[in-house]
Ligand binder design. Sequence first.
Ligand code: SF4
Length: 280
Amino acid sequence: MYLRPFDPWKNPLCTCPFKYTLNVYTGCDHACVYCYITSYIPNAFRVRTKEGLLPKLERELRKFDGRHIVALSYSSDPYPTIEKKLRITRKVLELFRRYDVRCLLLTKSDIFERDLDVLSELRCAVGVTVTTVDKEKAKLLEPNAPLPERRISALKKAYRMGIPVYARIDPIIPYYTWGDFDDTLEALSFVSHITVSTLKLRPDSKKRMFAKFPELMERLWPLYERGERIGGYYYLPKELRFKILREAEKKITGKGITFGSCREGYRSFPSCDGSHLVPP
Ligand code: SF4
């Protein structure tokens, strides 16, 4: 089955409403330093296509309950670089259109701009993740992803076409991207909903962060050592996390944007993931 109920390893802090998820590709070449898929997908930064995806997906969609949402994607990005050439995600969206599937799209690319004609005919919400609007920092954190300004400009086009749009500012990294939060939020102030999440580390992402940002990690890691360990992740200490989340919430809702938090044990309204934006 390619359509699978979303279940982030039964993480006790996940508040997502029931939804399905589809990973069009295996792996993702954006190669984000903090990425967690490397902990369970071998060669995760090498993108592979899936055998017979489109015909199999079509068979699954014939029986699919149209009330449910399909999220694209949580263990990959639906728009890795190769999608420009292969157009598989576009064909998936065309299938969604044919079967009237409700879709929650999330990407760190701007390639979806090409597919706005299809997306505008779907019951969908489109979101981009922007960790920071600072180009240099983004390039270090997400070396192969298109620059944040390109993602935001593509999302603005979606917004102008009347497509519900949201964003994730994720992960928030103290002493690094948290310092740019106001600028990042300002650049995204046209969206309806923003989900935030603080940096959570697994042993492999911790290793990559130390290799790439040794000085930053010298300051950060002692905080994580004092923090919690939840569902296999190192978390910041709860009082610091909640301080960041409270400030982020105040700034976001102050702009008339609804606020969500992801796997934090903190509140979200009306949904953590932006799924309330997908038309029923
Ligand atoms: S875009 Fe997402 S899935 Fe791809 S490398 Fe970055 S964090 Fe991982």
